[in-house]
Design a protein around this ligand. Structure first.
Ligand code: ADP
Ligand code: ASP
Ligand code: MG
Length: 437
């Protein structure tokens, strides 16, 4: 059972989680995110330190500490547990204050980011202790590892976690940190923003759990982005493939990579609402539930690159050479379309854009459009449903679409357009595809 930032963001929410978890009859591993706002604050602190602005960093640290001081006053009530909670807060903020004095490095910034999940889990355990609930904190840094390419090592996670659990087979209630891990150099690292979902899915896969429950602040995967569109509705059931496409293409409710571990080990995933525990939520399994469109999602900050060359005409090996450039810079390509003399593709990672463009130059004329958005329409067999395609294009006729990717997967049709049309297209699709206004 994974609980996200808002689900642990207030003392009463932490109390409520305990009510939810203690209803379970099977043993449970509870995966916690940092309290909402904490990781953003830690990112900010890291940035100030990186920029040499230690005064502002110190102000941010103090502000965050004050937040935790007030949090614990409502979390626990007994003198002994209050003292423990205070000691935990003191320990972690002392650490942040020490970091202020050390010279900045990438590794240090990861240490800063890890404080959020370390704090939330430890404070949660103090509350469990106060309630007299038998439990065990499993430190994620002892089993969650990534390799040289930042890929989780599921085999070794499985071995380490199984060993840890074996040592404590008298326990039924385990708590661990989402998001944080150790990298190949043994340093503290993380699974990228929103990574607690990924932790939960990896853990579920590693222990062959009966279910992986993602508890959040909304009642499941909605048909459209609720941050952008007013009227959205939850989807009752979808397949791993559909959920993976939606997560990858921008549905923030799930970390982009969080579906594959559960899918690989065939563990059902449930998306549930901590604030509304009786709501049905979304069930994600091998089965799609129904044919047709399930949801649309938007992925921001996309860069489109077009390479135009008459040398591509009837040539073979051209695409390989282009792809090799992206491979060299470890930059994934999201969408791709080709004509006989041009290829257009998109990336979302600008880190090596300059180098990539320089290496593409010899292949032809290179054009770049930044500030694009990918809109993905996802549903079981949707590209084979004629009516669906008609509805899709019928509802967005007035929008300048830059690229269309159709047929790559039978579950996804993706469109690329300038970012300024995002809200408009999501609203029009809501009406045209789902009949919702
Ligand atoms: P948590 O902190 O629990 O991980 P997140 O903020 O990461 O929660 O994810 C939940 C949020 O995802 C929702 O509050 C909602 O605004 C956003 N979201 C974006 N797209 C969707 C979608 N298709 N369905 C549900 N929620 C979505
Ligand atoms: N706390 C981390 C973040 O805010 C991980 C997560 O919440 O999933 O990105
Ligand atoms: Mg999240």
């Amino acid at each position: 059972m994974k609980f996200g930032g808002t689900s642990v963001g207030k003392p009463e929410r932490m109390h409520q989680i305990v009510t939810l978890v203690t209803k379970e009859t099977e043993p449970v591993i509870v995966v916690l995110s940092a309290l909402s706002g904490t990781t953003n604050a830690l990112v900010e602190i890291g940035n100030h330190i990186a920029n040499g602005d230690r005064n502002t960093a110190k102000q941010c640290i103090d502000k965050l500490e004050a937040h935790y001081q007030s949090f614990i006053t409502d979390l626990v009530k007994k003198p002994a547990t209050i003292a423990k909670a205070k000691a935990i807060v003191a320990e972690h903020f002392e650490f942040l204050n020490i970091i202020l004095k050390i010279s900045y490095s990438e590794a240090l910034s990861k240490d800063i980011l890890a404080q959020g999940e370390l704090l939330s889990t430890k404070l949660f355990c103090v509350y469990l202790e106060e309630q007299g609930i038998n439990h065990l904190l499993l430190p994620a840094l002892e089993f969650m590892t990534i390799d040289n390419y930042d890929e989780p090592q599921i085999g070794s996670i499985k071995v380490k976690l199984t060993q840890l659990l074996k040592q404590h087979n008298d326990k039924k209630f385990f708590v661990t940190q989402g998001y944080i891990c150790r990298n190949a150099r043994g340093e503290v690292d993380n699974l990228k923003r929103g990574g607690s979902d990924y932790s939960a899915s990896l853990i579920a896969a590693a222990i062959n759990a009966t279910v992986c429950e993602i508890w959040t602040d909304i009642d499941g995967m909605h048909n459209n982005d609720p941050r952008v569109v007013k009227k959205t509705v939850p989807v009752e059931q979808m397949s791993f493939d559909e959920a993976a496409e939606l997560a990858y293409f921008g549905a923030k409710i799930l970390h982009p990579a969080s579906i594959w571990p559960a899918q690989q080990y065939n563990i059902p995933v449930k998306l549930l609402n901590t604030m509304q525990p009786d709501a049905r939520g979304t069930l994600i399994t091998e089965k799609a539930g129904s044919v047709g469109v399930k949801a649309v999602a938007a992925k921001d900050n996309i860069i489109a690159i077009r390479i135009k060359s008459s040398r591509m005409l009837l040539a073979y090996g051209f695409l390989r050479k282009i792809f090799e450039v992206f491979e060299k810079y470890r930059t994934p390509i999201d969408m791709i379309t080709t004509s006989e003399v041009a290829v257009s593709l998109t990336i979302d990672n600008p880190t090596h854009l300059k180098e990539i463009l320089k290496e593409l130059e010899p292949f032809g004329t290179v054009e770049v459009d930044e500030n694009q958005v990918i809109i993905s329409v996802v549903g079981n067999e949707i590209s084979r449903t004629e009516d669906m395609v008609k509805k899709l294009f019928g509802s967005i006729m007035n929008i300048p679409v830059r690229m269309v990717s159709y047929g790559g997967s039978p579950h996804n049709i993706s469109l690329l357009l300038p970012a300024q049309y995002k809200t408009q297209i999501l609203q029009q699709l809501n009406k045209g595809m789902f009949g919702l206004e």
